[in-house]
Design a protein around this ligand. Structure first.
Ligand code: ADP
Length: 471
């Protein structure tokens, strides 16, 4: 299968969160299965080095044409097309600019207009989240009569339905989409242009990143206004669980950690705990349970539950290390709590290497998410034998089994209610389990044995593409 994999992020060229991890690892896994996958990415300011220069190409948008430059790079052998348009992309960050509508509207169109310049005609354009979700709309409207595009199918993967890309009518006019697309059956959403909706309406197939989230988004609670549309599209909607890059996240070969270890040398993991306690200036003790968290600091990640619960987690005798950046309304109370309590450390920043040390050095990993399309943190922590404590939502439901309820297969601790008390209760169970020592070693081994590499899911995407082509 020939696939153009379109994403606003792809690790290590550009990463903000989980989308970057996925776009940096799924294409590699697909290539290993024999697919011809190429990534397409805007060339942001942090992408300095490029390989080939494939020359300029024209993007028909805004009532005329705009010139961009097509360059290449690669990620672990997977070719990357970089759309070089300095006035839109040569900036220090990936997102959060006032003209993001224009930046990613242009991206959606350029994905199609670069194909002649690249001389690459994919069977499937695989769009990811709202940033590339206009491409299916262009494909089904503006390009419907262009025979070159006749056999190009599109797939949209929803990584997070909360972010839909909502913009005004003026942006719709600028995109050059036909006027007929401005309707509730098309891209319009309560008087706005909705990029994600465009993808859901026009893509041949739509999927999310876990089976449970695929069901959840069809309900008003998780649907963010699009649940009705998603129910209507249920016959082309599925959930394919994300994987993690088993090379990047590998305790046996991790260059960032103090001591490498495997399932059969788990006793060495404690050296990483000691190193983390030292680094975080926490009292050094193997016996004190250490809870780690690596996360965006936003409402989605359960900060409204975590922050009120923290005093009780500390009272229960745990040490807590949080690494994350995000909203001030959560960062400030975290910083205050950390100042007042010697057993809580809050690193309010983005730090890839420290993330590795926390995954390796903690006993438990906290993920009390309000909603979680898939979640990578719990899968990474499992691979490091760090037992996750999670709320039962989305991909967390699909990957973590509570050991209290299923002692034979359990790989973590799970709570359901989105409330501080529920997190405290689950953590108490986790700490009791840790302190009793009974079953602790086998629980950690079971955690490490959970296989969330891309192998199975990449094969599933291969079948998903085949279905799109057959559609
Ligand atoms: P999301 O994509 O919603 O942010 P995921 O759990 O799917 O959540 O993926 C988060 C990814 O980002 C993981 O690889 C996690 O380790 C990483 N990450 C999040 N915050 C930080 C941070 N402050 N420093 C380093 N890595 C981080």
């Amino acid at each position: 299968m020939k696939v153009l994999f379109a994403s606003a992020e792809a690790y290590p060229l550009a990463k903000v969160g989980g989308l970057g991890d996925v776009a940096g690892s799924l294409p590699k896994a697909l290539s290993a299965l024999g697919h011809d996958v190429r990534i397409a990415l805007p060339r942001y300011g942090m992408i300095r080095e490029t390989k080939e220069d494939l020359g300029p190409f024209q993007v028909r948008i805004g009532g005329g044409t705009e010139e961009a430059h097509l360059r290449t790079s690669s990620i672990d052998g997977v070719p990357v097309y970089l759309i070089d348009k300095p006035d839109l992309y040569d900036r220090p960050k990936v997102y959060e600019y006032e003209d993001d509508g224009k930046r990613f509207g242009f991206f959606g169109k350029a994905l199609l207009d670069l194909l002649p310049a690249a001389d690459f005609w994919p069977d499937v354009i695989h769009c990811n989240d709202w940033h590339s979700a206009l491409a299916p709309a262009f494909l089904k409207t503006s390009y419907a009569d262009d025979p070159r595009y006749g056999s190009v199918k599109s797939v949209l993967t929803i990584h997070n339905l909360q972010h839909q890309g909502l913009f005004g009518r003026d942006l719709f006019d600028w995109t050059g989409l036909p006027a007929a697309a401005w309707s509730p059956e098309g891209v319009e959403f309560y008087g706005k242009l909705n990029f994600m909706k465009a993808g859901i309406v026009y893509a041949d197939l739509v999927n999310t990143v876990s089976p449970t989230y695929a069901k959840e988004i069809q309900t008003p609670e998780y649907g963010y206004g699009l649940d009705g549309l998603l129910r209507a599209r249920a016959s082309v909607l599925s959930g394919i669980l994300n994987g993690i890059d088993a090379d990047v996240w590998n305790p046996a070969e991790d260059a960032h950690v103090a001591r490498r270890y495997t399932k059969s040398s788990l006793d060495r993991k404690v050296e990483n705990k000691r190193a983390l306690q030292k680094e975080a200036k926490l009292p050094a003790s193997a016996k004190v349970p250490l809870l780690g968290m690596v996360s965006r600091i936003t409402e989605q990640k359960g900060l409204d539950v975590l922050i009120p619960a923290l005093p009780q987690l500390l009272e229960a005798g745990a040490q807590v290390v949080v690494l994350g950046a995000g909203e001030k309304k959560y960062e400030d109370p975290l910083a205050d709590l950390a100042k007042a309590n010697g057993n809580l450390v809050a690193y309010l920043k983005y730090d890839e290497a420290l993330a590795h040390r926390i995954y390796a050095g903690s006993d438990f990993f906290l993920m009390p998410s309000k909603f979680e399309p898939c979640g990578l943190g719990q899968m990474i922590s499992l691979r490091y034998g760090t037992v996750p404590i999670v709320r039962a939502t989305g991909g967390l439901t699909d990957t973590v089994t509570d050991v209290t309820h299923d002692p034979k297969h359990g790989n973590g601790f799970v709570f359901s209610e989105y409330a501080p008390g529920a997190l405290v209760e689950a953590t108490h169970r986790a700490l009791d389990f840790f302190r009793s020592g009974r079953g602790w070693a086998s629980l950690r081994k079971r955690a490490m044995a959970s296989d969330f590499s891309w192998k199975a899911s990449a094969a599933e995407y291969g079948r998903w593409y085949a279905r799109a082509v057959a559609a």
